[in-house]
Design a protein. Structure first.
Length: 322
């Protein structure tokens, strides 16, 4: 593989193209400054003009959300995994029908495997523009977002209508639902009863991993973060490892799986027969199956990286072992 071929499989942080009208709450005050990024796969964006950097999916999607301070993402749910790690800033994640069942604050490098079947939202509570990176289960990312009813109702008051086809229409721009397309129906009370109000002590221990805890564990080998025998036990169709200086062998390795590398801190040298490149925080690299490659920090100092691989497990609801 030539360096030029590999570069096509890398999305650089500085090249990310945002969409500011990706979701139903794009005009709702408090949420109208957020930016959505689809890095690998089309994600769950509801905007027809969302830019997709790499369309080929490895069994999961990679995306990101960027938000200024005090900007929030509205309450929604997913049918497959939604995993976030904080790249920049300080974030509050909250959940429940009205967002009051529980909350947790995540710092840079922390990771949260949010259980399926609960409404969730998040807010940048830092002092600067923040960025969180996302892994969504399944090639189609679960088929879209399920919104809490009040989100759709509030959005209509600000000119946005979501069609049952999963597409947004902006009445302020003169758009209307196409002929034959009905509005997205609101969840009924019976359907809402299936979304539990999960207390904090049922979410935090098994679904959140802290950056500095993982740094301590990864001194000599990768830390299994998400998987059937990992810190966060789940089988969402992918596994997540955390690596740092000394975690990986010096000699090249290969895997029959797709492997996505997402540096958190430091500069990483990725080398393979045919070339080498440097990966920086916020970059996303899709290494093809079977390619022998080596990954190591290229400078002294703090270095950390998330590594995601597809598995044979089907994407679906959060796995809850007996």
């Amino acid at each position: 593989m030539t360096p030029q071929e590999m570069e096509k499989r890398i999305v650089r942080y500085g090249d990310l193209k945002p969409c500011r009208t990706a979701f139903i709450d794009a005009h709702t005050p408090g949420s109208n400054q957020k930016e959505n990024f689809t890095i690998i796969g089309a994600g769950v964006s509801e905007a027809a003009d969302q830019h997709v950097h790499i369309r080929e999916t490895p069994g999961f999607n990679i995306g990101a959300a960027g938000q200024p301070p005090k900007c929030r993402n509205s309450l929604h749910s997913h049918r497959t995994a939604e995993v976030f790690f904080v790249l920049k800033g300080r974030w509050r994640f909250f959940w429940g029908r009205w967002g009051k069942a529980g909350e947790v604050t995540l710092e840079e490098g922390d990771i949260f495997n949010i259980p399926t079947g609960i409404f969730r939202g998040f807010e940048n509570i830092g002092t600067d523009y923040g960025m969180i990176m996302a892994i969504l289960g399944g090639n189609d990312a679960g088929g879209g977002v399920i919104w809490a009813p009040q989100v759709i109702t509030d959005a209509k008051d600000h000119g946005l209508v979501l069609g049952a086809n999963g597409r947004l229409y902006d009445t302020k721009k003169g758009q209307s639902l196409p002929e034959g397309v009905k509005p997205m129906p609101l969840l009924t009370d019976e359907q809402l009863a299936a979304y539990p109000e999960v207390p904090v002590d049922k979410v935090i221990p098994g679904y959140v991993a802290r950056y500095w805890d993982m740094m301590a564990l990864a001194a000599k080998q990768p830390v299994k973060v998400i998987g059937p025998d990992a810190l966060l036990r789940d089988r969402p169709g992918f596994e997540v490892d955390f690596v740092t200086r000394g975690s990986l062998p010096d000699s090249p390795y290969s895997t029959p799986r797709h492997e996505v590398l997402m540096p958190v801190r430091g500069h990483w040298r990725l080398s393979w027969q045919g070339g080498e490149t440097t990966l920086n925080p916020g970059d996303t690299c899709a290494v093809p199956p079977g390619l022998p490659h080596a990954l190591a920090p290229s400078m002294t100092g703090e270095a950390s990286c998330y590594r995601i691989r597809n598995t044979d497990d089907p994407a679906g609801p959060t796995w809850r072992p007996n």
